[in-house]
Structures are given as structure tokens and as C-alpha cells.
Design a protein around this ligand. Structure first.
Ligand SMILES: CC(=O)N[C@H]1[C@@H](OP(=O)(O)OP(=O)(O)OC[C@H]2O[C@@H](n3ccc(=O)[nH]c3=O)[C@H](O)[C@@H]2O)O[C@H](CO)[C@@H](O)[C@@H]1O[C@H](C)C(=O)N[C@@H](C)C(=O)N[C@H](CCC(=O)O)C(=O)O
Ligand SMILES: Nc1ncnc2c1ncn2[C@@H]1O[C@H](COP(=O)(O)OP(=O)(O)OP(=O)(O)O)[C@@H](O)[C@H]1O
Length: 486
């Protein structure tokens, strides 16, 4: 694209790419000087130009303006980045039905349910914590909500690959740092708001203010799909100028579930919408997943699919990796791997564990808490495990440069009655939980879900994955099989 197609009064030089990191600039790129939390992109202009940047977008006066590049001074570099990224890639979000999902818990689940159900109507892509997927493409993401360049280039690839829709997870970091400002959302979905990320946002109110942006930025003809049972749902409704559609269980809602029956491996309920009742049977278990399913159903039924075309598919929703993943290797006890890493998520999965574990059998929870992240949740995790579980095995979970033993001690401050042990190595902790399980027991392996990396002192290190380790331990140590390495 020519520079003069993006800005007025500039030469018609060809811009071949966009970059926000001087180290990754390639010949012909436009480099945007973003002010970050640690560095200021304005300091790396020389490197950007020496790597081949032909245009520099900046807001501050530059000490060094090496020759060979066009310099454009703007007021808000991030706003310009959002605008240019969308334009450079042909405004791809305008050519897709865009579903944006935000909330403390349930973003990956709701977006994956949307992708799964929409795919029975037309091809749908997904961008989020688990992956970036469309057609046959599946990439490991660095962030839940990537920067605007990755978002718009990915959406453009989705358009050219024949996708008709995209479900995008919108994290509070993504909103606060302005990563989705030029995404043309058709539907914005709110799941819930509970304690998380207070290290970054400071207070729950500021955390909420970040989430709110998705709804206040939504175009007037967009649709806001809101959880009516969450106290923050009403606050969003009050401030959103777009059409609002609600879902829930307890409060009156446009899509409401009633007569709910939850089993070990599925649920049934009556969906009430516009005075009509629909019998729904789904392979998703746990009450929180009824909320997630209602959110997805409401979003789809308000856009491209009729309820009658959606409901037959909800009984066979694909397992969402690492989200309440039941590990079945023929063992006579339950093993569940789950990504729960917030107090609300922990409580919900432990309640579900209690529900599926008969009187007289025990629940063992294996978990830790991330290093250098929201340390206030550590004792709360301890309290919850103390309340719902019979045995607690504390272990590492993305320790970064903290000592997992110290983290475990902080979790322990919330534990009053339940026996807890600390096993530093996560593999050994899972092994111990499985080896000591009896018939009818439940083992909950929490916090990392499907992740196959562990954040250590020097960044991401490989981790086998809780799901694979659990399978291996059941075969090798419970059944004493000569199981292959996971
Ligand atoms: C806290 C946070 O979100 N930080 C993001 C932020 O980093 P930063 O502000 O520290 O960046 P910085 O190092 O100060 O650099 C400022 C600018 O200078 C540039 N730079 C920097 C150094 C250099 O040599 N050359 C150069 O050009 C950087 O590319 C950047 O554009 O901007 C970077 C560029 O976009 C992001 O990669 C980075 O995400 C970091 C890696 C991160 O871990 N973010 C997490 C917390 C996050 O966003 N998580 C949410 C999900 C949370 C959840 O729900 O669990 C997510 O959406 O993934
Ligand atoms: N609606 C919900 N309410 C409460 N807890 C939930 C809900 N949905 C999922 N969870 C719990 O939160 C965990 C994470 O779910 P999911 O990955 O869908 O959330 P997320 O918002 O995408 O989180 P992240 O952005 O950190 O990946 C699940 O494994 C489950 O324990």
C-alpha cells in the first residue's frame, strides 16, 4: 500500500508492512512508536530505520531522526496504529461477523462454543488464549488479545480463507491497552466480573472500566449480549448505547434457562425465549457452562442462525482444550483438568467436583498460583480448597522468578482444616494425586488447562501439559502399564 493512501501530504512510497517492535522491523515497514509500561518506542527509532523502516509514526519530539524515513507526528500513536492496521489490511472486520467476548471467566469457552456452533452455518475463525484458528490453520498465540497488527492481519487471512465470522476473546489488558479500537464488532458479549488481574488494574472498579470499553465502543447497530445475573451486567446495560440482549438463570432475561439438571457429563434445561420453551440437552456440564452456552446461543440467535438451527448442535460441542477436560483412561475415579485460575473459577470447578463426588469419597485438588501475578488471590485459593476439598497438593504454576514454596505458603494461609502437602515438581504432584486416588474419588488438576509451557525465571519453558501428564500417570502408575512418554 502506498503511504499517500494512508496519510495526506506525504510521498507515494510503498509500505510493505507494519511494526510496533523495532527489533522485528523489516525493509519497507512503517514503525509506530508506542509508549509502553517499561519502554518508550520513541527510543528505538534508530534501530527501526537501520532495519529498513521507511516511515516512523511518533507523538513526541525525536532526538534522533536518521535519514531514509518519512516522519509523521501524530497526537495519539495507538489510535493511528489501530486505524492504519485496519485500513492496511482492507478493514477485514467489516467483512466478517465479529463476536467479541469479554469477562473474567468464560471468554475462551464462549468463543469456542460460538465457533463450533457457527461452523454448522458457515466457516468461523477464533482468536484467543487457546489458539488462533481458521480453516486448517492453527497457531499458538502469544497473547489472548493480540496487538492491532496481528489482529487485522489475521482477520484478513480469515477473510481470504473463506471465513464468514470470527469469535475474538477480548481481555481487559487488550481493552486497557487499546488493542481492539478499530475492530468492527457486531456483537459484544459479557460473561461475568470477579476478582482477577488486580496487579495490573489496581482496583475492581478500574478492571470493570476496562471491560466496559467493549460496550461503550460498540457501534449503535451492534448488539450487547449481557449476563443478567452478574451485578456488573446492569451497570453495562446502563451505559451501553447499542441494543441489549440479556441471558441468565436467576433474573428475568431474553434467553433464560430453567429446570436445570446437571449430570457428570452433560446437562439438560428448558430455554425460555420470547415466551416459547425449548428442551435443551448439551454435553457441557457444570452450571457455569450453562451461562456460557446461553451467551453463545443468544449471540448467534440474534445474528445469523435461528434457534431451531442452533439447538440440535449443542449436544455435541467439541471438548474445549483444558477447560473441564475429563481424563478417561479406564480408571475408576474422576480426573478433571481445568484452567481455573481465578477465585470464581476455582470455586465453580470445586463445587462441580463436590457435586459429582459421592458421600464418603474424597476430592484431591492439585494447584498452585502464578508467580508475579495478582498475589492477593493466593490465600483465597487456599480458603476455597479448604472448604471444598479433602486433600490439597500444592505445586508450581508459572512461578516466574518466585519460589513456588513461598507461593504455596501464601496459599496455605487460607487453609484451616484440610491436609495439604507441597510437591514442587508439577509432574510429581499430579502423579501423587493419581496414585493415591481410590475408587469413586475425584482428582482436580487446576490452573494450567491445556498449556504446554511453564513461565519460569527466563520466560516460557516447555511443560508436558496437565492433560497429557494425567493420562500418562494413570496408565503408568495407576495401571502400572508400560505407557509411552506423553
Ligand atoms: C502488560 C502488558 O500487557 N504488556 C504489553 C505491552 O508491553 P509493554 O508496555 O511492557 O511494552 P514495552 O516493553 O514497554 O515497549 C513499548 C513499545 O516499545 C517497543 N519496543 C520495545 C523494546 C525494543 O527494543 N524495541 C521496541 O520497539 C515494544 O514493542 C512496544 O511497542 O505491550 C507489548 C506490545 O504490544 C505486549 O507484548 C505486552 O504484553 C506482555 C508480553 C504481556 O504479557 N501481556 C499480558 C499480561 C496480557 O496482555 N495478557 C492478556 C490476557 C490476560 C488474561 O486474561 O489472563 C492478553 O490479552 O494476552
Ligand atoms: N462462566 C463462567 N463463570 C465462572 N467460571 C468459569 C466460567 N467459564 C469458565 N469458568 C472457569 O474459568 C476457567 C477458564 O475458562 P475460560 O478459559 O473459558 O475463561 P477465560 O475468560 O478465557 O480465561 P483466560 O482469558 O484467562 O483464558 C475454566 O476452566 C473454568 O474453571
Amino acid at each position: 500500500m502506498k503511504l499517500n493512501e494512508l496519510f495526506n501530504n506525504v510521498p507515494a512510497i510503498e509500505i510493505s508492512g507494519l511494526a510496533i517492535d523495532s527489533r522485528k522491523v523489516q525493509k519497507g515497514d512503517m514503525y509506530f512508536c508506542l509508549e509502553g509500561l517499561v519502554n518508550d518506542g520513541h527510543s528505538f527509532v534508530a534501530q527501526a530505520v537501520s532495519n529498513g523502516a521507511l516511515c516512523i509514526i511518533h507523538s513526541k519530539e525525536l532526538a534522533d531522526m536518521p535519514q531514509g524515513a518519512v516522519y509523521i507526528r501524530v497526537q495519539d500513536v495507538n489510535a493511528v496504529l489501530n486505524e492504519v492496521a485496519s485500513r492496511f489490511y482492507g478493514h477485514p472486520s467489516r467483512h466478517l461477523r465479529m463476536y467479541g467476548v469479554t469477562g473474567t471467566n468464560g471468554k475462551s469457552t464462549v468463543t469456542n462454543i460460538i465457533r463450533d456452533l457457527y461452523s454448522h452455518h458457515a466457516p468461523c475463525g477464533y482468536i484467543g488464549t487457546i489458539a488462533i484458528t481458521y480453516g486448517d490453520v492453527k497457531k499458538a498465540p502469544d497473547l489472548t488479545t493480540p496487538d492491532p497488527i496481528i489482529i487485522h492481519s489475521t482477520l484478513a487471512a480469515m477473510v481470504s480463507d473463506g471465513m464468514k465470522a470470527c469469535a475474538l476473546e477480548v481481555s481487559s489488558h487488550g481493552l486497557e491497552l487499546g488493542r481492539v479500537e478499530s475492530v468492527d464488532f457486531d456483537v459484544a458479549i459479557f460473561t461475568n466480573l470477579t476478582h482477577d488481574h488486580l496487579d495490573f488494574h489496581g482496583t475492581l472498579e478500574r478492571y470493570f472500566a476496562a471491560k466496559l470499553k467493549l460496550f461503550t465502543q460498540l457501534k449503535p447497530e451492534g448488539i450487547a449480549v449481557i449476563n443478567a445475573d452478574d451485578p456488573y451486567g446492569q451497570k453495562i446495560i446502563d451505559q451501553c448505547r447499542s441494543r441489549v440482549v440479556t441471558y441468565g438463570i436467576e433474573q428475568d432475561a431474553d434467553y433464560r434457562a430453567d429446570n436445570i439438571h446437571i449430570d457428570v457429563d452433560g446437562s439438560r434445561f428448558t430455554l425460555i425465549h420470547e415466551g416459547k420453551e425449548y428442551a435443551v440437552s448439551t454435553n457441557l456440564a457444570a452450571l457455569y457452562n450453562i451461562y456460557n452456552l446461553l451467551a453463545a446461543i443468544a449471540a448467534l440467535a440474534e445474528t445469523d442462525m435461528a434457534l431451531e438451527d442452533i439447538l440440535p448442535w449443542v449436544s455435541s460441542i467439541q471438548q474445549i482444550e483444558g477447560r473441564m477436560e475429563r481424563i478417561q483412561e479406564g480408571q475408576p475415579f474422576n480426573v478433571i483438568v481445568d484452567f481455573a485460575h481465578t477465585p470464581d473459577g476455582m470455586e465453580k470447578i470445586m463445587q462441580y467436583g463436590r457435586m459429582i463426588t459421592k458421600e464418603g469419597h474424597k476430592i484431591t485438588a492439585v494447584f498452585g498460583s502464578a508467580g508475579k501475578r495478582d498475589t492477593k488471590k493466593r490465600p483465597i485459593f487456599g480458603e476455597l480448597a479448604d472448604r471444598y476439598c479433602d486433600r490439597i497438593i500444592l505445586t508450581e504454576d508459572d512461578p516466574r522468578d518466585e519460589d513456588p514454596h513461598v507461593i504455596a505458603d501464601e496459599i496455605r494461609t487460607g487453609i484451616r482444616h484440610t491436609k495439604s502437602i507441597f510437591i514442587a515438581d508439577r509432574y510429581d504432584a499430579i502423579r501423587q494425586a493419581i496414585e493415591s486416588a481410590d475408587e469413586g474419588d475425584t482428582v482436580l488438576i487446576l490452573g494450567k488447562g491445556d498449556e504446554i509451557f511453564m513461565y519460569r525465571e527466563n520466560g516460557r519453558a516447555p511443560w508436558k501439559g496437565d492433560h497429557l501428564v494425567a493420562r500418562e500417570c494413570i496408565r503408568r502408575y495407576y495401571f502400572q502399564e508400560n505407557a509411552d512418554e506423553a
